[in-house]
Design a protein. Structure first.
Length: 131
């Protein structure tokens, strides 16, 4: 079982072709560990170019990083609705009890050769940024 991940892309693009080639040669799950967005200044733009890049690369899931929270709640929901892969954050609570645009965990089933399926559970954890 292979798991590939990227982290802290901060809107850096141009990685689709190498990732797709790698996964064609050596298949595996692909995740982003968060902070794929550029940061606070992108709240003024309707679209995040990195979202299309992540979709083209075929990500299976993405953890929420602090960059994804530099927005108003509504802006974060709008950004989350654009991604094609599933989002995860296992330890974040909304004090206003609103529905969150991500799962607490992600589950995948992996079957290797003729063996029994293996269930994989993925968590995404944020550290406390502001006490």
């Amino acid at each position: 079982m292979r798991v590939y991940h990227t982290s802290d892309l901060h809107d850096r693009r141009g990685f689709v072709a190498p990732l797709r080639r790698l996964r064609e040669e050596l298949p595996g799950l692909l995740f982003d560990c968060g902070d794929s967005l550029r940061g606070s200044q992108t709240v003024y733009f309707r679209n995040e170019p990195i979202v299309d890049e992540l979709a083209a690369a075929g990500y299976d899931g993405q953890a929420i990083g602090n960059r994804e929270f530099h927005y108003l709640f509504g802006a974060m929901q709008a950004r989350a609705s654009r991604v094609r892969h599933r989002l995860v954050c296992s330890n974040l609570l909304d004090t206003k009890h609103r529905p969150l645009p991500f799962a607490r965990s992600l589950r995948f089933e992996h079957r290797r050769d003729a063996g029994a399926p293996l269930e994989i559970q993925v968590l995404g954890l944020l550290v406390m940024q502001y006490p």
